[in-house]
Design a protein around this ligand. Structure first.
Ligand code: SF4
Length: 458
């Protein structure tokens, strides 16, 4: 059995990570960049880095992920990557014709100290950037942070590069989601649309990394937020950041750069967070909640009540991304489940740990950062066995060792499909999440039930 040697005894570590509960910053930066229409992500580093970032996204979304690389070799590593970057800009605009190149740095380019602002200014001075085109960049050294901080850095770079305050404030609301699936981006837009809201949302990876197959190859799929809309967000009356860790940096920048009032909300996962989201939109726009949304809420409440006996008291352990985890822990608390362990490799901070601990209740172990890894989670679980594990595909080894079901709700998921198309946000997403949890609990009950207790109706 894989992982059968993980010891129960937990030793405090400060300089060693074993099976990290995160991926690297550029993966998140690349994902965010794909949420702008006609934007080509560019990895400023070696080919190997870019290959890894692309393959992580390609395998998670089962879609080809377009991205380019500065293709560092030994020379660039010693003398700096400026000439590689300038040549890349030439080639990319000549061959692939994007509107925007979104550059993310890598460990190597950060360590050698490449100054991307200077390099981009040099490209502008040398007329390497065609009229109407943009090269933007985010600093994403992967020896710190995670894919979530990389996503947040690229989202802030979008504000920095495009958002403009023209002095003509309008009634539009801006929505800045944290690192979520394209299905969740669609769901958030659907709720905003059902409320009759005028809004701008970015990034928006729906229709990009889950685009339909229609027989035509498109280097740049139809989805993604146009850069004109990102520019217009500077005139919004109010902006909502959905998720403190992944989106608040961009919201703060929108406030300081364009004087847009901002509010930070939790991702709308589960009833209470979705209530807060819908209520915030309703109040901001002076609208009433339509009947269709009320029905969706009622259906989720009904389903939770109908199957409460299967959920109540069930013990859960969770790993994943901090903004999503907050919502999932709240969802579990609302459903009467008992959270034992929560870990994320993203350095989400003490405030995040405190907040999750408050929601999870006494006795839960909550940890974030480099040592909050899958090895540590496995050790915790061996000391206090849960009934269910929430996590990404890497958790399947732990789930197998512990012989418990795994609910795949974190990045990356390489061994199942559905996450690109089926949301977990909003009331509808809550229902999907509930069905996923109940299917696993009931399948296990059926599997373990003795003949005389094997029931048709559950
Ligand atoms: S961790 Fe650093 S070296 Fe490794 S793939 Fe990511 S950016 Fe490249």
């Amino acid at each position: 059995m894989l992982l059968r040697h993980t010891p129960k005894e937990i030793v405090e570590r400060s300089a060693l990570t074993i099976n990290p509960a995160k991926t690297c910053q550029p993966v998140g930066a690349m994902y965010a960049a794909l949420g702008i229409h006609k934007c080509l992500p560019h990895s400023h580093g070696s080919q190997g880095c870019c290959a890894y970032h692309r393959s992580a996204l390609t395998r998670h979304y089962t879609e080809p992920i377009m991205a380019s690389t500065s293709s560092f070799t030994e020379g660039a590593s010693v003398f700096g990557g400026q000439s590689n970057m300038l040549e890349s800009i030439n080639n990319i605009f000549a061959l692939y014709d994007p509107d925007i190149i979104a550059v993310n740095t890598t460990c190597l380019s950060e360590v050698i100290g490449d100054d991307l602002t200077q390099i981009i200014n040099r490209a502008i001075a040398d007329n390497k950037i065609p009229p109407g085109k943009t090269v933007m960049y985010a600093s994403t050294p992967s020896f710190k942070g995670s894919h979530v901080t990389g996503y947040g850095n690229m989202l802030a770079a979008m504000v920095q590069s495009f958002a403009q305050n023209t002095g003509k404030r309008n009634s539009t609301l801006t929505i800045l989601p944290s690192f979520i699936e394209p299905s969740d981006m669609t769901e958030i837009k659907r709720i905003a649309g059902a409320l009759g809201l005028r809004y701008i949302m970015y990034p928006d990876t729906s229709g990009v990394v889950n685009a339909p197959m229609d027989g035509a190859f498109r280097m740049y799929p139809k989805g993604g937020t146009p850069k004109e809309k990102i520019a217009a967000s500077g005139d919004s009356r109010l902006a909502f950041a959905l998720g403190r860790i992944g989106a608040s940096q961009a919201a703060r920048l929108l406030d300081s750069k364009c004087k847009v009032n901002t509010r930070i909300l939790d991702l709308p996962i589960g009833i209470s967070a979705t209530d807060a989201f819908v209520d915030a939109l309703r109040k901001a726009a002076g609208l009433t909640v339509p009947e269709s949304i009320r029905i969706e809420r009622g259906q989720l409440v009904d389903a939770l009540c109908d199957k409460a006996q299967y959920l109540y008291g069930k013990k859960v352990s969770l790993m994943g991304d901090p903004d999503t985890l907050l919502g999932l822990v709240q969802f579990c608390a609302d459903a009467g489940m008992r959270t034992l362990h929560v870990v994320t490799g993203t350095p989400a901070g003490v405030k995040w740990e405190r907040r999750v601990s408050e929601i999870a209740g006494s006795g839960a172990t909550v940890k974030c950062g480099a040592q909050a890894d899958l090895f540590y989670l496995h050790q915790l679980m061996r000391n206090d066995k849960p009934d269910l594990l929430f996590g990404n595909s890497y958790c399947k080894y732990i789930a197998r060792d512990m012989d418990i079901p795994l609910i795949r709700c974190a990045f990356p998921i390489y061994d199942r499909i559905g996450h690109s198309y089926v949301p977990i946000t909003g009331y509808r997403g809550g229902l999907h999440l509930l069905i996923k949890i109940l299917d696993n609990i009931m399948d296990r009950q059926d599997r373990d039930a003795p003949e005389e207790q094997f029931e048709l109706v559950m």
